[in-house]
Design a protein around this ligand. Structure first.
Ligand code: ADP
Ligand code: MG
Length: 362
């Protein structure tokens, strides 16, 4: 196991620069998730750590050693991809041991490692099967097993669960979390799925257009996003962004008049000293931070367009007086709101945050 460091990593494909001067320290045993929209450079950055991609500038250090010029096979890291690419004619056991046998490891040592990996991944009963006799989740466990038997310094996962159906994804996500607890290994995990990021990571690194937008613990990013991009990316359903104008400022609390919603000015917390009376801003409120108006008073009125009842929670999709500005409101349990009804909504105190017109947190 080892710590990973990226120092000033940039990467261009021809004239197109896709990674911009990324510095990153990943601790020994840490589970770090790279998250961001498709094409933002997650895979490229991961492949740079593995050696499959050579950086245009910068250094990669693994366990304190500069491995920038090392081949992938010399770096002691193992990658798990979205497509598991198992050998169809080999059994699970043979698939797991293949890389080690090719590397010349003695038979009984291979067998020992395969047995141990199979136990960790609960594949023991399946060792004699061929890949076609396995479910998608079991195949992906075999692919992870091939990484485990190598006893790598770090595991690199590139969207390993993307090919699985929703239910299996949840199961495998929990398997990977357990695996990390058991092995205590350094893991870097790429996904565009913010739920995977939230649930697996010790630390999330949010990437956008080849740059680190923000990094921190899942809850830290959830509660304290630095900008609209991170606020909108983390959390599902997405945070609401509602336009308004600052009407008063008192210390860390600002009063905002919402443009498209009737109701009194709402109270928004600010972090720094930004913003002035009269500034147009965007108020960020998560769907679950709306409350019944009887609880905290009326913050805004809106027209419910569609109500989705999921049993445990309900989502009310509502619009402002312009019939266009949308807001998503989450309610606990069953909703008693009818589609088409005018509703009065409260906001949990301290939950609303604000962004300036550049999308930066106030
Ligand atoms: N081998 C390549 N040649 C040219 N462009 C590439 C290559 N690999 C990736 N890119 C480009 O680099 C950008 C980042 O890609 P990638 O790291 O795969 O994104 P992500 O994994 O976040 O979806 C994209 O614009 C992609 O088209
Ligand atoms: Mg990718």
């Amino acid at each position: 196991m080892a710590e990973l460091k990226l120092r000033g990593i940039s990467k261009s494909f021809g004239a197109v620069k896709v990674i911009h001067d990324v510095d990153l320290d990943i601790g020994d045993g840490e589970f770090v998730v790279f998250v961001g929209p498709s094409g933002c450079g997650k895979s490229t950055l991961l492949r740079t750590i593995s050696g499959l991609e050579e950086p245009s500038a910068g250094q990669v250090l693994i366990g304190g050693e500069d491995v920038t010029d090392f081949d992938p096979s010399e770096r002691g890291v193992a990658m798990v991809f979205q497509s598991y690419a198992l050998y169809p004619h080999m059994t699970v056991e043979e698939n797991l041991g293949f890389g080690l046998r090719m590397g010349g490891m003695p038979k009984d040592q291979v067998s020992e490692r395969v047995t141990s990996a199979a136990r960790v991944l609960e594949l023991t009963e399946l060792l004699k099967r061929k890949p076609r006799q396995l479910s998608g989740g079991q195949r992906q466990r075999v692919a992870i097993g091939r990484a485990i038997v190598r006893q790598p310094k770090a595991f690199l996962f590139d969207e390993p669960l993307s090919n699985l159906d929703a239910e299996l994804r949840v199961q495998m996500r929990i398997e990977i979390a357990k695996l990390h607890q058991q092995l205590g290994a350094t893991m870097v995990y790429v996904t565009h799925d913010q739920v995977e990021a939230m649930t697996l990571a010790d630390r999330i690194v949010v990437l956008r257009a080849g740059k680190v937008e923000q990094q921190g613990s899942p809850i830290d990013l959830y509660d304290n996003p630095d900008n609209i991009f991170v606020a909108g990316f983390i959390g599902s359903p997405r945070m609401n962004f509602i336009e308004g104008t600052i009407s008063a400022i008192e210390g860390q609390e600002i009063a905002v008049s919402l443009t498209a919603f009737d109701g009194p000015d709402i109270r928004v917390r600010r972090r720094g000293s930004g913003g002035a009376v009269g500034d147009r801003i965007s108020v960020g409120i998560r769907p679950e931070h709306f409350a019944d108006a009887s609880q905290y008073g009326i913050a805004l009125t809106a027209k419910a367009q569609v109500v989705e009842q999921l049993g445990g929670v309900s989502y009310v999709y509502a619009v402002g007086r312009d019939d266009a500005t949308k807001v998503t409101i989450q309610q606990k349990g069953h909703s008693r709101i009818d589609s088409g009804a005018m509703i009065e909504v409260g906001i949990e105190p301290g939950a609303a945050i604000a962004f300036d017109t550049d999308g930066l947190r106030l």
